[in-house]
Design a protein around this ligand. Sequence first.
Ligand SMILES: [Zn+2]
Length: 457
Amino acid sequence: MISENDVVEWVYGQVSAEGTEDQNMGSLEKTIDRVTREVRRQALERLTQEAAAREVLGCPICGAMLKVVDHRRRRVVDSSFGPIGFVRSYGLCPSCQAHYFPADVALGLQERAPMSPRLQEICAVMTLRAPAGQAEEDVRRLTGIRIAASTLHREARRQGERALSLRQKQEEMTEKTEGVALLAAKAPDLPQHSTLVIEIDAWNIRERDHWGQTEARREAHEDLERWHWVYTATVFRLDQRATKESGRPVIADRGYVATRQGLDSFRRQLHAEALQRGLLQAETVLVLGDGAVWIWRLAADTFKNAKQRLDLYHVKEHLWTLAGELHGSGSPEAKAWVRPYLRWLDQRKDGALDVIQSLEDLQRTLKTFDDQQRTALAREVAYLTGHKDRMDYKTAKSLGQPGGSGAIESTCSQYQRRFKLTGQFWSLPGDEALLALATVHRNRRWHLLFPHDNDNP
Ligand SMILES: [Zn+2]
């Protein structure tokens, strides 16, 4: 048995042999990393082979013993220390009528995965942070591992597909009573009188449709890119909101949903997320959004007993726009006109009703306004009247509830930082896979894709 000291001596000898006179500490770290890599690779290879040999030849689906086809089928995967080769058994399950490699399942290697789970994770994380070209450079700089940008991209996409299939399973669960109960059972114990806040919004993403047919389509003068809606939501409990020392509000733990798969899928995804965050246990459920009709339809449909609230800043923006149309944009008259209304919304119990009443009075005494101004006024009265039960901002304040949907706006901009880079195109399936991957990461369910990530709560 050699001692740790022997290993240190060996490493020291290897590094010294390369000459260390002009090396700073950073170079020394890199050299040690490099000269020990082959040793680590061989150790991993041996341990992988042992783990593969230990695995009982049972069907990973039904547990039945497999009929052996080959005992020494070789597989090579890349690891963070270099390529790892090992042999393992595989066989046919008599009841499932399919071939399985039980060792691969135990090792966490999906079928056709070219990389070890650790390397898969590196590709996934780095591609979420930056485009593949940049990620390639970052991986090499930080780990010394060379992975081509195209490989990084492909691997992240594969991880995205895994995230999509997790998501698909959850969506399906929301369609059945047992599934709903199972999702709800994942929610932590909620404190008494909890309020669950759900904020909803949408943003758009530029996508190139028709990959691979660019030239033909261009010659036919067809549009090659389009904007697609990404429906986004965040879910959190009011008691998880805290204030930083700087005074900035932070939410300790929150759920995310982001998809461009359409509203039906979005609704199911959001339902699944809300269930896992305590939808059925919360005393109060609050839905916040802007004036978009689809938001309120979805809320009425999926969160029937929820309190609905229109984002205060959107209401104020509407009033500012109207002030501009009636009295000139940015004019002192416009400011003087709008100010009491803004104050009523904040400070009066039925402030919104008072604003509507006052605007209706104004409609009756319109003499000084032209047609365009009359139309603007009618438009805003209709907007406010349509949302009159969603504007209880004074009550919101007294209950410590948000009046604005700031949390979802910051969520959208976080997603956009990655998905809306200038000049960046995404293919339809490609960006959905990456959105799903980013969302698993944000929701702190990374361990569902990478079980070795067990030091994260
Ligand atoms: Zn089976």
